[in-house]
Design a protein around this ligand. Sequence first.
Ligand SMILES: [Zn+2]
Ligand SMILES: [Zn+2]
Length: 347
Amino acid sequence: MKAGLVKGNAEIFVEGAQRRYPGLPLKEEPVEIVDMPIPVVKENRVLIEVEACGVCYTDIDIIEGRVRCKLPVVPGHQIVGRVVEAGKGVEHIIGKRVGVAWIGKTCNSCEFCKRGLENLCVDFKATGCDLDGGYAEYTVAFTEYVYELPKAIEAEKLAPLLCAGSIGYRAFRLAGVFDGARVGLFGFGSSAHIVIQIIRRLYPSAEIHVFSRGAEHRELAKRLGADWTGHPSENPPRKLHIAIDFTPVGETVARALELLEKGGRLVINAIRKQTPVLLDYAKHLWEEKEVKSAANVTREDVKKFIELYTKYGIETHVQTYRLEEVNKALRDLKAAQIRGAPVLKIR
Ligand SMILES: [Zn+2]
Ligand SMILES: [Zn+2]
């Protein structure tokens, strides 16, 4: 089978690094298209013929060495495909269309798993990082960690549900949006453009503010229901109760906290920040402002979000690429030259 493989990045990995990387690896076509054997299906696993796989900013973090993974690795954790083979006892799933998300496997027995926080599992195995992912014609996944998906919708439109949508949903849930809340979304990529629709549907009276550098992104935000849009340097008419930061840079944390009302909450939806987060207690945290990060997803987040998607007909905006164009997809994503989410259409 054909697969996109990342062979190495260790030389630029710096533990806890807070400096900006030059991004050279992306210019050097870091994902190599190789011929690999179709993976063997073991117990509790399914073999999936991949139809589409989303490309996520986390994949860039993996490639550039900010997120440590096994190497070589087949990235991709927003997988949509058809089950073609299943381990013993789960054959009923053969033929179904399923999705695979970042949460590839958890231990089910550590203190976090027991508290319903399997996203923080001490033995969390991430798809496309600890386990090979979906930049390939076939992939294997643990049966307990796949989700049935509707068959009537194009695979590429479903791919963003598995990460952008699910992690966005988790960030939304942690943010504690309420009726009439003034909400600020910072950055308007694939996750934010889904979150805005969730808020619009579940809290019609919320006032949604979108901060983005791109005029095209602000336009899309307006169309999807934003009440106010602006450049991150612009001030909204009134302070915000809730902010969700989707950007890869540290400066947004301070900016969002500065715009929060007393008692407001900021949720950060990013695995790594490329630049330092510098805070001033009086300006950014005083008067009961809260900051929380959203890390990974639980299976519950993915299932709940797929339910919402089906119920409300949430739109996903995608730009498709062939597997061979994966490096271009990554570069376009990094350069923020995409409306919505990049997705590899594998078949
Ligand atoms: Zn992702
Ligand atoms: Zn665990």
